[in-house]
Design a protein around this ligand. Structure first.
Ligand SMILES: *Cc1c(COP(=O)(O)O)cnc(C)c1O
Length: 398
């Protein structure tokens, strides 16, 4: 595909969230573009012109559908990028990127803390099925990163802040090391979101964003995006992973995420403010063993976060309790405002105790191996969130 057309590229992110990718509907003049629930489209009269692998020509919805294309324009706009590909989930986007870039004999370097599916893809699947050399490294240790990126390293993948410890990685420093050694850098930017962090400007080659989370923001649709200025590789991803593997997003989910994304900057700004307050409250509350949030001065990644993030430090906080799994479950069951469920970036606050039997637990920094909770700050009144958490903790004598 060609570089995305964007009439609003000179405008701010809130203006882009409202206007990029939308227009008057050509048929009716409606001020919203429609939802096209069709899986095929009328073919041109002259079939000799048709490329059946094209993702430009509207022909079959796996090759691309209008709602996907409009959402791609918006996501590219939010990231000031030339192109975005929107697929069925965040994991579909991660897989599409890895599947397209890596081949047998290549080496990929990835962090000790990452989204579960990234760990499984590299630790269980790409290495054993496809003979890709997969190397785990602590991305906060730049000397270790330098040692891990040997010749033949094709890709370095990072996540910052990371899921679930909310640790911070220096994007610019890792980009420099990767590029000096001929490797590409991909950054999972889901926790930060484009309001708070722009990895392409910091040297990343590819960004992945799980749209399911903050960009959709309403807990009712799944989708993921790859964002890049490398148009040639983006077309390969469309061909290899979307058309021929089938990870395209449904028009309905794309439409829903498009709708959610309109208010994304406003929601994220509120979430940034509430999360900072909640993290500071947790830090001074008794019986909390640690708080991991990039906006806290006590955080080892604070200086890096301050340098590479803007507007705020995101909506996820990790914290520790001196309690066993059962006590933490009882505490979660007492919550009235905060929802006891996985996922993050919704309108409602979400709490998810990290099971101490997590298969990766020994890869995490020591303090995250016990009584550790991931908390996603929602849009409720911040005082209600704090008081709900406080009462639930008191109910189990914490
Ligand atoms: C949720 C998440 C994903 C995966 O997104 P899905 O839509 O659930 O597939 C990837 N990376 C991070 C950091 C996430 O939090």
């Amino acid at each position: 595909m060609a570089k995305k057309d964007n009439k609003f590229s000179e405008y701010g992110i809130a203006t882009q969230a409202v206007h990029t990718g939308t227009d008057y509907d050509e048929g009716t003049g409606a001020v919203r573009r429609p939802l096209h629930m069709a899986n095929s489209y009328k073919l041109p009269d002259d079939l000799s012109t048709v490329n059946y692998s094209s993702t430009d020509l509207l022909m079959y919805s796996r090759n691309g559908n209008p709602n996907q294309h409009w959402l791609e324009e918006k996501i590219a706009g939010l990231y000031n990028a030339d192109d975005a590909i929107v697929l069925a989930s965040g994991v579909a986007a991660l897989h599409a990127l890895f599947w397209t870039l890596l081949k047998s004999g290549d080496r990929v370097v990835y962090p000790n803390v990452s989204y579960m599916a990234v760990y499984r893809m590299f630790h269980e699947l790409f290495n054993k099925k496809f003979n890709v050399e997969t190397v785990i490294v602590d991305m906060t240790d730049l000397e270790a990163v330098k040692r891990a990126i040997t010749p033949g390293t094709k890709l370095v993948h990072i996540e910052t802040p990371d899921n679930p410890t909310v640790g911070v990685t220096d994007i610019e420093a890792i980009a420099k090391i990767a590029h000096e050694n001929g490797a590409l850098l991909s950054v999972d930017n889901t926790f930060a979101s484009p309001l708070n962090q722009q990895p392409l400007e910091l040297g990343a080659d590819f960004v992945v964003d799980a749209l399911t989370k903050f960009i959709n923001g309403h807990g009712d649709a799944q989708g993921g995006a790859i964002i890049s200025n490398d148009l040639k590789t983006m077309d390969r991803i469309r061909y290899e992973a979307q058309v021929n593997v089938g990870s395209v997003i449904s028009p309905f989910n794309a439409w829903q995420i498009f709708r959610g994304s309109v208010t994304f900057p406003l929601r994220m700004q509120r979430i940034n403010e509430s999360a900072q307050k909640i993290a500071e409250w947790l830090e001074q509350r008794e019986n909390i063993t640690f708080v991991s949030y990039p906006g806290l001065k006590s955080n080892p990644g604070y200086e890096i976060a301050k340098k590479q993030m803007k507007n705020g430090y995101g909506g996820v906080i990790s914290f520790g309790l001196n309690a066993d799994d059962k006590t933490i479950e009882r505490m979660c069951a007492k919550l009235k405002v905060i929802t006891f469920a996985v996922s993050l970036g919704h309108d409602e606050s979400l709490i998810f105790p990290q099971p101490s039997y997590d298969e990766r637990i020994n890869l995490y920094p020591e303090k995250f191996r016990n009584g550790f909770i991931r908390f996603s700050v929602g849009l409720e009144d911040v005082d209600d969130i704090i008081s709900d958490l406080n009462l639930a903790l008191l109910s189990v004598n914490l």
